[in-house]
Design a protein around this ligand. Structure first.
Ligand code: 4AD
Ligand code: MG
Length: 462
């Protein structure tokens, strides 16, 4: 394979002629020399190519080189006289592969706002910021797999089109091929989904958990990592309609084991990104969130705080005058409360447990008090909830009763309930919002900037 610019930059100066392929970020011309900076996405830094015009057979080719055009430059890697890099390429062989007209190319040398770049999402990976985000995202994906694979978890692919509502919250996108102008009706006048593609109602999945549980009840420890969809009308900096979720599920595991894995997992991911993306992380610390690397290093070395929901509410109630939505026992925690708990009260990541059953999903194990469930959310500064999980209700009768209370039809979940009929075992798991993770480690304020093509209410461009 041809060497990428990241590898060329690590070479010692030598005579061998090598090729660099990439896109021109900048061009500086003087009378006798022309300097190009070429980037190929392999690292933040570009390769400086110095072209001695007198040695070119046809120096006019250089006129067509502009920001954004693609080139192949050949020459030896030499020690650089400039202060910004140790090596550079001395080239006398430059080929323009694709020109890039200056008057219409939307990415000029100047700094663009992140909002403007969102409108040209198909080109934004060519900027320093979005290149760095893409590399960090890639490193984190790989680390997700290595963490679980190293511990013997099996990667399971759960369906994207699903017949059941895993969260029971009714926030699903319908998948249909029915003609919306001529909907088939039953005698009672309802839409007749038996005429639809799948012969029944089907949706984009909100979570792979329920199907994941079926595999955990055979393979013991599994994880999923795939896209999930929520038709929730949340126009915030931390919600997407399509996001990627990592969901481990472990049989013979209770909430304590679940929390242990969640904490070890996050720390592993933070460490991986510090070790594998030092240049990009330094960039985020400098331009996006001051001291991000140091913050992550501290988190890796410090145990997470723990609070029950009831303790959290007691703490928050003392500060109710500071909140847009004051809290009392039973309130769902909003992002302002989550941030206050982790930033002000605990000053580190905190795991909140034992939430009132009314504000959590049907599958969470009911505590002996009959009021709270064995759910756990991991909250981090600046963002709030990054992980949501629980021990699952393993008792058939309790689970069926919970579903009925929540107006879910147990018959629709017959296969899920079978897990409690046939060899039930305590089990637990959690979901990490992958974009929230990328958002957290990079310090990027808006979740729409950490996924290549964000989907949100009224937004599905590209
Ligand atoms: O808390 P949630 O809804 O939990 C579940 O879906 C469970 N089935 C997980 C499990 O136990 N296996 O979602 C889990 C995580 C949240 O903590 C958050 O990080 C992320 O997914 N998340 C979102 N990320 C971006 N946009 C949204 N709309 C999100 N909703 C949840
Ligand atoms: Mg949640």
């Amino acid at each position: 394979m041809k060497e990428r610019i990241s590898a060329l930059l690590k070479r010692e100066p030598q005579q061998e002629i090598v090729a660099a392929e990439g896109w021109v970020r900048t061009k500086r011309d003087s009378k006798n020399v022309c300097f190009l900076e070429i980037n190929d996405g392999s690292c933040l830094k570009g390769l400086q190519v110095v072209i001695d015009k007198e040695k070119l057979s046809d120096p006019t080719v250089l006129n067509a080189i502009t920001t954004g055009c693609s080139v192949i430059c050949k020459g030896p890697i030499v020690a650089s006289a400039g202060g910004n890099q140790t090596v550079e390429m001395a080239s006398t062989d430059v080929t323009i592969i694709g020109e890039c007209p200056v008057d219409t190319y939307p990415l000029q040398k100047k700094r663009h706002t992140i909002e403007y770049l969102r409108e040209i999402a198909h080109l934004r990976a060519r900027t320093n910021m979005f290149g760095a985000i893409a590399r960090v995202r890639n490193t984190l994906s790989y680390a997700v797999h290595s963490f679980f694979q190293e511990q013997g978890f099996m990667y399971v692919n759960t369906p994207i089109i699903s017949a059941s509502d895993a969260e029971g919250a009714g926030e699903q996108f319908l998948v249909t091929t029915l003609d919306l102008d001529k909907l088939p009706r039953t005698e009672e006048g309802a839409i007749d989904y038996s005429k639809d593609f799948f012969g029944r109602e089907a949706f984009l999945t909100v979570s792979g958990q329920l199907e994941g549980e079926t595999y955990a009840m055979a393979m013991k420890n599994i994880y999923t990592f795939g896209p999930t969809f929520r038709a929730e009308n949340s126009n915030t900096k931390r919600h997407l309609s399509e996001f990627w979720m990592v969901e481990p599920e472990m049989a013979f595991c209770n909430i304590e084991g679940d929390m242990e894995v969640a904490e070890a997992f996050l720390k592993y991911l933070f460490k991986a990104v510090l070790e594998k993306c030092p240049e990009d992380m330094a960039f985020f610390s400098k331009f996006v969130e001051a001291g991000m690397e140091e913050t992550l290093r501290t988190i890796v070395d410090t145990p997470f705080a723990h609070l029950t929901y009831t303790q959290a509410i007691e703490e928050l109630e003392k500060h109710n005058d500071k909140f847009e939505f004051p809290v009392s026992w039973g309130s769902d925690l909003q992002s302002e409360h989550e941030k206050f708990l982790t930033e002000v009260i605990c000053k580190r990541p905190v795991i909140v447990t034992d939430y009132p059953k009314e504000i959590k999903a049907f599958y969470m194990k009911l505590n002996e008090d009959g009021k709270t469930v064995r759910g756990m959310d991991v909250l981090v500064p600046r963002l709030g909830e990054i992980i949501g999980g629980s021990e699952r209700e393993a008792d058939l009768d309790v689970l069926t009763k919970r579903m009925e209370e929540l107006k879910l039809n147990p018959e629709d979940y017959w296969w899920y309930l079978d897990l409690r009929r046939f060899g039930s075992a305590p089990h637990a798991g959690f979901g990490l919002g992958f974009e929230r993770l990328v958002q957290y480690v990079t310090g990027v304020a808006n979740i729409r900037d950490v996924i290549p093509y964000p989907r949100a209410p009224k937004l599905a461009d590209f």
